[in-house]
Structures are given as C-alpha cells and as structure tokens.
Design a protein around this ligand. Structure first.
Ligand code: NAD
Length: 361
C-alpha cells in the first residue's frame, strides 16, 4: 500500500519528534511491504517566520491532497516569543484552528493508557493504579458551547454574558458512529457522557446515541452524567474503554484522563473527519524549554503514527507492531528524562526513536 502522508514538523521539539516517528514508519513500511510518501508543510511559528502567516492556503491544499496528516506540535514560549506579540489570528495556534476547520475534523480521540512500567508516575493511589487502565476519550470537536452564538449585553446597567450550546441530531449521530466504530476495534464498550438530568442538548445526545447503538449490538453501551464521570476517572479508571462525549465535557475530561497517566510525553491523539482522513499529533505542546536538546520523549508522536495506521489506513497489524515495540522498549528499561525512574537507562530523543525502530517486527 502507498501511504501519502503530510507531515507538519512545526516548532520547538516538533521536528525532533516527527523525525523519530518517520523512522519508525519507514521500518514498518520495510517489514510489511508498504511505501511511505511524505510531504512536509509549515505551520505555526515556522510558517509565520517563512510566510508571514501561521498556515498558508497552499499548505492546506497539500494536507487535503494527502491520506492523513502527522504533526509534531506548534507554538513557542508564550511569554517571550515575538509570535505572541501578533494579533490572535496571526499567532501559531491560529494555524491549528484553521487546519481543523479546513479539514472538517469533528472527532477528537485521546487515548489514556497506564503502562505497567510507568505506574509510579500515576498520581492515583496504588490500589487503583495497580489495576491499570486503557481508555480512549472521543470528544466532539466542532459543535456545542465553544461554537455557539455568544454575546455580552447590558441590561438595566448590568452586564450579561450569553453563550449558547447547540447540537443537531446529525452532529451527534456522526460522532456517535465514530465512537461505536472505534469501540469495535477495542474492547467494545462505550460510556456516553452527558448532563441529561439538566440539559436539553444532553437529552438529545442520549437519545441519538441510543439509536446509533442499535446498529452495534456487540458494543455494550452505558450513559453516565459528566460529574459522575469526573469522579469515576480518579476512583476507578479501569472501568472505561471508549468515553463518548460533547465538546466542552470532552475538553475537561480528556485533560483529567491525561493527568491520571502522569506521563505527558506518552499521550497520542487523533482528529478525524467523516472519511478515513485524520490529523495525528501528540497531546503535549512544543516544549520550547527543551527544544533542540535531543531529550524530548518521541513516544506520544510515535503512538500517534500508530493511530494513523489504525484509523486512516486500517493497518491494524502494523499499528499493533508499533505499540508492541513501545511496550518492549519500556520493559527493556529505556526511558527519556520525563519518564525516567531509578534503575532505568536514560536515553535521548533520537536514541529512543532508534530503540523503538529496532523492535518493529
Ligand atoms: P508543553 O506541553 O509544550 O510543555 C509542558 C511541559 O512538559 C514542559 O516542561 C515540557 O518540557 C514538557 N514536555 C512536553 N512534551 C514533552 C515531551 N515530548 N518530552 C519531554 N517533556 C515534554 O506545554 P506548554 O509549555 O504550555 O506550551 C508550549 C507551547 O506549545 C505553547 O506555545 C503552546 O501554545 C503550544 N501547544 C501546542 C499544542 C499543539 O501543537 N497542538 C498543544 C499544546 C500546547
């Protein structure tokens, strides 16, 4: 198979970690008989410096022509970088919003996995972390409160701010379908999270999820109120497989789920549209404080590349091979600085990329 991939190295540690992910993908191509075709585009600060804007129309056209996009991360030090003296629409992060919109990326997937070897980094009590967890938060990304009409008015001399939360049946259905499809590739359980005891939008959410569930009889579905879900994530995260939820709830819950893993350098993510197309990137930022030092952890980006193989190309075996190689490297005791613990061998970004590449079988 030929895989046409647009790469966005981006800023800070972005180029270093994307280079490692490409190395791993090239090994996968060699072992499994595929061809990787990469085209790099600029985004964020790198694009501001070269083209005067965070993402050009030509770069978007290149991304659209690919099968998937693999990204490092963008942005600089928000206090000192001159990029943050520009108006908001010209700053690095504007490129990210523009590409999500241009590619119609409405489904955001963030796995939160506790590796047995990294259990020590988990901030939860040992009796909870001992059970481990492997969940995926599926967040609706283009609707709800963040995209509804908003205004601030004055009534009787008092300022009043209004934000609106709307969802159509179609918006809920398409994300629910994604959630169930992805559950079918995992442990076949969907926890749909809402606030149906208060919000109309949540009652519609629940009704549509129940309709979609009928097409996936193998998938166990449960509904959970968002406040309860926030508690359950720290009480017993092992109960979750796919958490399916709307934009704002997902924003908050996915950060909570990431934090309970305790390892920011390990967290991958994907944003998908209606087709198989997706943008894959680590959940962390561009870490300008360690850029160029060859000490960044490339695993989040490498695992994002595995998600890309699984969700955009249906290459499950190849994705498994990458995840297995990451597991093995951890079991063999290699760590980058951010996940280092005593008794392990500390390695840099390039070396970690090589060690994972060597273990692709
Ligand atoms: P950050 O995630 O870049 O860094 C937070 C801390 O985690 C830093 O100490 C950093 O060194 C460390 N860290 C992050 N990734 C690491 C890795 N792979 N290996 C080892 N250590 C790692 O968050 P921040 O400092 O708040 O943001 C820096 C820049 O990144 C900002 O400009 C921000 O806007 C941008 N950002 C971009 C994205 C994106 O591209 N999607 C996401 C979040 C933040």
């Amino acid at each position: 198979m030929t895989l046409n991939i647009t790469c966005i190295p981006g800023d800070g540690i972005g180029p270093e970690i994307v280079a490692q992910a490409k190395k791993v993908l090239d090994k996968v191509a060699e072992v499994y008989g595929h061809e990787m075709k990469y085209t790099d585009i600029l985004m964020g600060g790198a694009s501001i410096d070269a083209c005067g804007e965070p993402l050009t129309d030509e770069a978007i056209a290149t991304a659209k022509a690919a099968d998937a996009v693999l990204m490092g991360s963008i942005g600089g030090n928000t206090s000192t970088s001159p990029w943050y003296k520009l108006p908001p629409e010209k700053r690095p992060e504007a490129g990210l919003l523009k590409i999500r919109k241009a590619l119609n990326l409405f489904a955001n997937l963030r796995p939160a996995v506790l590796y047995p070897e990294l259990r020590g980094a988990c901030p939860l009590k040992e009796e909870i972390s001992a059970k481990g967890f492997d969940m995926l938060i599926m967040r609706e990304l283009t609707g709800g409160l963040y995209f509804g009409e908003r205004k601030t008015i004055e009534e009787n001399g008092m300022k009043k701010a209004i934000d609106t939360l709307t969802y159509t049946e179609a918006e809920i259905r398409r994300i629910a379908i994604k959630g169930f499809e992805i559950a079918m590739k995992r442990r076949k359980k969907v926890t749909s999270v809402d606030k149906a005891n208060v919000l109309d939008s949540s009652r519609l959410w629940r009704a549509v999820v129940n309709e979609v569930a009928k097409d996936y009889p193998e998938v166990e579905v449960e509904h959970m109120l968002v406040d309860n879900c926030a508690m359950q994530l720290v009480k017993d995260p092992s109960q979750f497989d796919v958490i399916l939820t709307e934009n704002m709830f997902g924003d908050i819950l996915s950060d909570e789920a990431s934090m309970v893993t305790g390892s920011i350098g390990m967290l991958s993510s994907a944003s998908l549209n209606d087709s198989k197309f997706g943008l894959y990137e680590p959940s962390h930022g561009s870490a300008p404080d360690i850029a160029g030092m060859d000490i960044a952890n490339p695993i989040a980006t490498i695992l994002s590349a595995a998600m890309m193989l699984r969700y955009s190309f249906d290459l499950d075996k190849e994705a498994d091979a990458i995840e297995k190689a990451v597991d093995t490297v951890l079991k063999d005791g290699y760590r980058t600085g951010d996940i280092y613990s005593e008794g392990c061998e500390k390695v840099g970004c390039t070396k970690m990329g090589e060690l994972i590449t060597e273990r692709i079988k």
